[in-house]
Design a protein around this ligand. Structure first.
Ligand code: ATR
Length: 270
C-alpha cells in the first residue's frame, strides 16, 4: 500500500510517523512518504503517482488543500462544504477527495473530556483554512452559536455563509468581551505557535466551566492553554486533532480504523 503526504514545503510533516506506525502495527506491507510538489506541477504529479507509481492514497497539506480539488474525480460533500481536501483515496478507479479535519477536531474534544456540543456556545479565533473545518465540525455537532473573530474582519465575514443564523462576527479588538458567555473557546490562529507571537486574550471573564482548545500543538502547552489551566478551566491540546484526522484517512486506504495509542502520541511529540 503506497501512500504519501503532499505539500510544499513538506519536511516538518508528522504524517509519515503516524501512518507508518499504523502500517507496521497492522502488518501492512506499505510505504508512506512525504512528497514535495510545487503548485504548478500538482495535477500532473497526482496523476503520475497514481497511474505510474501505484499510490492509493494521499494526505494533502499546505498549500495544496484547495487546488487539489481540481485533481479529484469526486469531491465529497464534507470537503466541498469546508472548501478543502485533506485526504485522497481511490474508489472504483476514481480519485476521491474528502476532508477529515472537522472529524479530527470534534473527536479530539470528545475524547478528552465529557463535553457535549449540542446547544453550546463556542468562540472561534481566526478565519483561515483551519477555522473552516472547525466551524463545519461545530455546526454539525449541534452548537447553537459561534462567536467568530479574526484580525482581518472581512475574512471572518466570508465564513458567514457556512451558517448565517449561528455565526456572530466580533471585532478582533473585542475578543475578550464575549468570553463570559462561551462554553468552548478554540484558537485556530497561528498565534502561540513556536516562533510566532503569543495570542493576547484576557481570560479574566472566561466562564469557569468553558473548555479551551488550541489547535496549535507545537508547543503542546501553549500560553493560552496554560493560562486557562491556571484559571481552573478544562483544556484540550492540539495534538489530538492531528491524530484523529489521520485515523479516518488510514481507514479509507486500509479498511482498518487504527487506534491512537499513548506510544504513538509520544512518537509524534518527540
Ligand atoms: P490555517 O490554514 O492554518 O488556518 P491561515 O489560513 O494562514 O492558516 O490562517 C492563519 C490565521 O491566523 C488567520 O486567521 C490569521 O488572521 P488574518 O486572516 O488576519 O491574517 C491569523 N493570524 C496570523 N497571524 C496573526 C496575528 N499576528 N494576529 C492576529 N491573527 C493572526
Amino acid at each position: 500500500m503506497k501512500c504519501a503526504v503532499l505539500g510544499h514545503p513538506i519536511r516538518h510533516s508528522k504524517s509519515p510517523i503516524i501512518h507508518q506506525y499504523w502500517m507496521d502495527r497492522h502488518d501492512i506491507d506499505g510505504l508512506y512518504k512525504s512528497i514535495d510538489i510545487a503548485p504548478e506541477n500538482l495535477k500532473q504529479e497526482v496523476g503520475r503517482l497514481i497511474q505510474k507509481e501505484g499510490y492509493v492514497g494521499f494526505n494533502v497539506t499546505v498549500p495544496h488543500k484547495q487546488a487539489v480539488m481540481a485533481c479529484c474525480d469526486v469531491v465529497e460533500p464534507v470537503a466541498q462544504a469546508i472548501g478543502a481536501v485533506n485526504t485522497i483515496y481511490i474508489d472504483d478507479n476514481q480519485i476521491v477527495g474528502t476532508n477529515t479535519d472537522a472529524f479530527g477536531f470534534i473527536e479530539n474534544i470528545k475524547r478528552n473530556g465529557d463535553f457535549i456540543f449540542s446547544d453550546k456556545v463556542a468562540c472561534v479565533l481566526g478565519a483561515g483554512g483551519a477555522a473552516r473545518a472547525v466551524i463545519y465540525g461545530l455546526i454539525n455537532a449541534g452548537v447553537s452559536k459561534i462567536y467568530l473573530t479574526n484580525r482581518t474582519r472581512h475574512k471572518a465575514e466570508e465564513l458567514l455563509s457556512m451558517a448565517q443564523d449561528k455565526i456572530q462576527i466580533i471585532d478582533w479588538g473585542e475578543r475578550s468581551e464575549v468570553l463570559h458567555d462561551v462554553d468552548l473557546l478554540v484558537n485556530t490562529t497561528s498565534l502561540g505557535m513556536l516562533d510566532k507571537p503569543e495570542l493576547k486574550i484576557d481570560l479574566q471573564f472566561l466562564s469557569p466551566h468553558a473548555v479551551v482548545n488550541d489547535i496549535v500543538y507545537s508547543p503542546l502547552m501553549t500560553d493560552l492553554l496554560s493560562r486557562a489551566k491556571q484559571s481552573g478551566n478544562p483544556t484540550v491540546t492540539g495534538i489530538g486533532m492531528l491524530l484523529y484526522q489521520a485515523a479516518p484517512a488510514f481507514e479509507k486506504w486500509a479498511n482498518i480504523m487504527p487506534s491512537i495509542t499513548t506510544e504513538l502520541q509520544s512518537m509524534v511529540l518527540k
